[in-house]
Ligand binder design. Structure first.
Ligand code: DX5
Ligand code: ZN
Length: 226
């Protein structure tokens, strides 16, 4: 059984040194680099877009996991693919044509992800399961790092895991993930854990220990290590 994938979110990094931070967190054992794109419209915050992702793409070979919290998303999918995104995730709530968005991402040769806010039921993605490679379940309301994990979502993780059945789809959890909350979602079926504050706290010297602590707690809960 493969180990839990840890995806540090650079939202909690020092933006004045973004390229160095990406490199540091990759060297410290982060598996994927999670990139939170916010538009100040779908979510109440603005971060960065495709040009910034393109600028840091050369700093690591690790998977660039782009979480688009933007509406509409479709006009920008090509730009994120071109910038070097490996996984492109759109929110089910962000537009009326989810099936089309997911087809467009795969058409660009990228892995297609769909995200659900905490209040959105899993039925929203029931009919697009054959078009997705990853399902991102938000365990906070998107927009900011450092928020408290919403435990009600753990049951949704379980239900989504059952819905996936034998399909090759990863479940990713985003928001308030720590070594304390990780075991609950991993035991329910999560494969990928995004973590911002829990990874970047304490500065670069702490990144490796922070990542290892989350991964160890997760792998134990999943029965992946003794
Ligand atoms: C929130 C973002 C998250 C955020 C997580 O809208 O999607 O990726 O960076 O940060 P923490 O782990 O601090 O909750
Ligand atoms: Zn995110």
């Amino acid at each position: 059984m493969s180990r839990t994938i840890i995806a540090p979110s650079v939202l909690s990094s020092d933006f004045s040194r973004l390229g160095d931070e990406v490199e540091a967190v990759a060297d410290a054992g982060g598996d994927w680099i999670h990139l939170d794109v916010m538009d100040g419209h779908f979510v109440p915050n603005i971060t960065f877009g495709a040009p910034v992702i393109k600028a840091i793409r050369g700093r690591t070979k690790k998977i660039f996991d782009c979480h688009l919290m933007i509406a509409p998303a479709d006009p920008y999918l090509g730009a994120f693919a071109e910038a070097g995104a490996d996984v492109i995730t759109v929110h089910a709530e962000a537009g009326p044509h989810l099936d089309r968005s997911l087809q467009a991402i795969r058409g660009l040769g990228r892995k297609a992800g769909v995200a659900l806010n905490p209040g959105t039921p899993e039925s929203a993605i029931e009919y697009v399961l054959d078009r997705v490679d990853l399902i991102l379940l938000m365990t906070v309301n998107p927009g900011f790092g450092g928020q408290a994990f919403i435990p009600a979502v753990v049951e949704k993780v379980r239900r989504v895991k059952a819905m996936i059945g034998g399909r090759d789809i990863l479940i990713e959890i985003d928001g308030g993930v720590t070594a304390e909350t990780a075991p609950q979602v991993v035991a329910a079926g999560a494969d990928v854990l995004v973590a911002g504050n829990a990874v970047f706290k304490g500065g670069a010297g702490a990144y490796r220990a922070n990542i290892d602590a989350i991964r160890l707690a997760a792998d134990r809960a999943a029965g992946r290590v003794a």
